[in-house]
Design a protein around this ligand. Structure first.
Ligand code: NAD
Ligand code: UD1
Length: 340
């Protein structure tokens, strides 16, 4: 049985991926410093899977502590989710973002080299394509100019990983560029649990639907799109989780080097369509107003999924209604998120 070290494994995407890995027969070791997640996630994972996962409360930038994880476990592969991800916060706190996101990956890579661990899956983002309007984005689309430090950390880390793979011929890497992960596990026991007032659409709609926030502001309805609002490629987090299992399988069956895959559905959904789907899921209207455009927003962003379909055998199976209903189920069951 292969053992996968999942850094950031109590976070939103990490926790859902832990379930998929477990269901696919992998042994999982979780490292997270809980800077943006709760220890309660481990109890929830146990309720869902019947398994208590091995957990280390460690900062991935702390080399000495992280070394104990490699010392105590025979790690075969690493999925590196650990990182800070709030775009606005990254503009306010660039040093913290560069320091955490870059150093954690460098520390993990250096321990992988020391312990001869050769398989890596890295959480990248469609944000590396920058402001290009040439959609759909394929893995060959040129990398763009990012609009914020968070985006640049992904851009830089992709380069750092490619440089390491050049220097370490045995390294096998899959870079996964996520589009817009949303939704929650069908159990309603885990889901996205952002701190404070959410910036992203789904957590925001969810709080409005629950009555915690008064109304949604749609950021602009004068774009050159069918209903004037921006189109995004929302992907259910459980499909995304499955994409990580496919990535590990791909690594097992292929030569060393770096391979890049988009994880999306290939379909653009407008803000208005997302609101309508959420209204259907929660059974009542979502109060909303139209506001001005949000700086830095692309009118249209969606993935070409051809490469992931052909080479990974990955195709998302859940639609926008599944995303909304699972998100709502999580919200209803955990109105205040998780508490420790
Ligand atoms: P998340 O914040 O829910 O999960 C990240 C986890 O990493 C958290 O549990 C946090 O406590 C942990 N963490 C952060 N820094 C750490 C450190 N130095 N050491 C140990 N643990 C640390 O975020 P998520 O949505 O699950 O995202 C996971 C990854 O996917 C991130 O790298 C993120 O940038 C990337 N990503 C997310 C999205 C998205 O929309 N959610 C889109 C593209 C890429
Ligand atoms: C954002 C990040 C991106 C990150 C992605 C991860 C920005 C500028 N970009 O992308 O780097 O990779 O999340 O999921 O933050 N919207 C509203 N009202 C709201 C919130 C959002 O109308 O209150 C609209 C936005 O204008 C956008 C769409 O909903 O058109 C989706 O927004 P969001 O969920 O923030 O995702 P992205 O902007 O695609």
């Amino acid at each position: 049985m292969q053992t996968v070290l999942v850094t950031g494994g109590t976070g939103f995407i990490g926790s859902h991926t832990v379930i998929s890995l477990h269901e696919s027969g992998y042994e999982v070791v979780i490292v997270d410093n809980l800077i943006n997640s709760k220890k309660e996630v481990l109890n929830r994972l146990e309720r869902i899977t019947g398994k208590r996962f091995k957990f280390y409360n460690i900062d991935c930038c702390d080399r000495d502590s992280l070394k104990t994880v490699f010392e105590q476990n025979k790690i075969d592969s690493v999925i590196h989710f650990a990182g800070l991800k709030a775009v606005g916060e990254s503009v306010q706190m660039p040093l913290e973002y560069y320091s955490n996101n870059i150093n954690s990956m460098i520390t993990v890579l250096s321990l992988m080299r020391e312990y001869n661990v050769n398989n890596l899956v890295f959480s990248s983002s469609a944000t590396v394509y920058g402001q290009s309007e040439d959609v759909p984005f394929t893995e060959e689309s040129p990398l763009g100019v990012c609009t914020n430090p968070y985006g640049w950390t992904k851009w830089m880390l992709e380069q750092i990983i490619k440089d390491c793979a050049n220097a370490i011929p045995s390294l096998k890497v899959v870079l996964l560029r996520y589009f817009n992960p949303v939704g929650a596990h069908e159990s309603g026991l885990i889901g996205e649990d952002p701190k404070g007032i959410p910036n992203n659409l789904f957590p925001y709609i969810s709080k409005v639907a629950a009555g915690t926030l008064e109304k949604l502001t749609i950021h602009g309805d004068d774009y050159d799109t069918p209903d004037g609002t921006c189109l995004r490629d929302y992907i259910h987090v459980c499909d995304l989780a499955q994409g990580h299992v496919k990535a590990l399988q791909y690594i097992d069956n292929n030569y060393a080097g770096v391979n890049i895959f988009n994880l999306g559905t290939g379909k653009g959904t407008s803000v208005k369509e997302a609101v309508a789907a959420f209204e259907k899921a929660c059974g009542h209207e979502i109060p909303h107003v139209i506001g001005p455009r949000r700086a830095g927003d692309l009118p249209v962003c969606y993935a070409s999924t051809a490469k992931a379909e052909q080479l990974l055998g990955f195709k998302a199976s859940r639609d926008i209604n599944d995303m909304c209903s699972s998100c709502w189920n999580w919200q209803v069951n955990n109105p205040d998120g998780l508490q420790d």
